[in-house]
Design a protein around this ligand. Sequence first.
Ligand code: SF4
Length: 399
Amino acid sequence: MYEIKATQNLKEVMRNYFVSMDKGDKKIAWCTSVGPAELLRAFGFEVYFPENHGALLGATRLAGDYIPSAVKLGYSSDICSYLTSDIGAYLSNTTPLLKHYGVKTIPKPDLIVYCTNQCREVQDWFSYFGNEFNVPVIGINPPRHLDEVTKADVEDVSAQFKAMIPVCEEVTESKFDIDRFKETVKLSKEATVLWRKVLETAKHTPAPLSFFDGAIHMGPIVVLRGTEAAKDYYKLLLKELEENVSKGIGFLENELSRVYWEGMPIWGKLRYLSNLFIENNTAVVASTYCNSWIFDDFDENEPFESTALAYSEIFINRSEEAKLNMLKSLIEEFRIDGVIFHDAKTCFNNSNARFGMPLRLKEETGVETLVIEGDLCDLRFFSEGQTTTKIETFIEQIT
Ligand code: SF4
């Protein structure tokens, strides 16, 4: 059976990350997954990402146990199940970090930073914890749903990043050091370049990395951007994947079709879905989700402007037209035969099937599309039987 050996190192990298925060030696900032982590790291913060915790609650299938606690507090079970499961787990005084990494609680924040480039839900979510822990909360609000990211947009977001500095200085009792910020952006850029190369190994047949593998191996590019640890991990992973490409080894020997995954992962069903596609000789080789942590525009010589640009031009923050164009490029680059749109019930922000995009994409590319219903964490919205039938029928159609 195909295995990625670097997975063992990944576990170690993630354990070190959580254990280090648990030691309490450094100040801790919470940040959204595509928020300005580099600026926070430049101040010496360890950075914790509640969405990563939400994904872990989904992957361990614990989310359903905790969502009701958040619902009792007045949060609808129809809103972001990262939010509801994370707040619910906090109210239940529990975390899967204990079982996985021996860490008893989520790290206590000294500062909380959210960026609404992805959704407004993070504002409510992070503000809730700001009140709970009685710490400052900084909100970055970039312009949304952009066709193009203009100079004015970049200036707006850069100014919001710069306005974080006095708060960070006060919390850390240290002065902002532009050279440290440049160094962090440089490290982040190096890691993101490696991450792109890792994902691009799947352009080969047989592909050495599936979307489902990518969803696991993306941990460091989300939580350790701006560190040597992320860079070192992706060097190691890339080396292994490139060796596999040169030896003609991949996760699927007899690849009959290639699929693109659009939308959120269904965290509690990654293994089931991975097996389902493999059994049907179909390689899921690319996704919007994993590609969202490629930040080509990071440039240490313009640390504010380049991070403002990179974080504003992410897929989720773009217009329908811009998203369609991004999908069309990836379909061509990865030689895609079919696109699966995951309509995640609690995240309309990252579900692109509701305003006709699957049909428009098919019309413009000739590539078949399928919409499946599910959710990132809340498995009440997912039917294994219906999904299997839909996916198997779709694969017959594109093979
Ligand atoms: S983008 Fe979706 S899944 Fe992510 S935090 Fe926002 S609502 Fe939740």
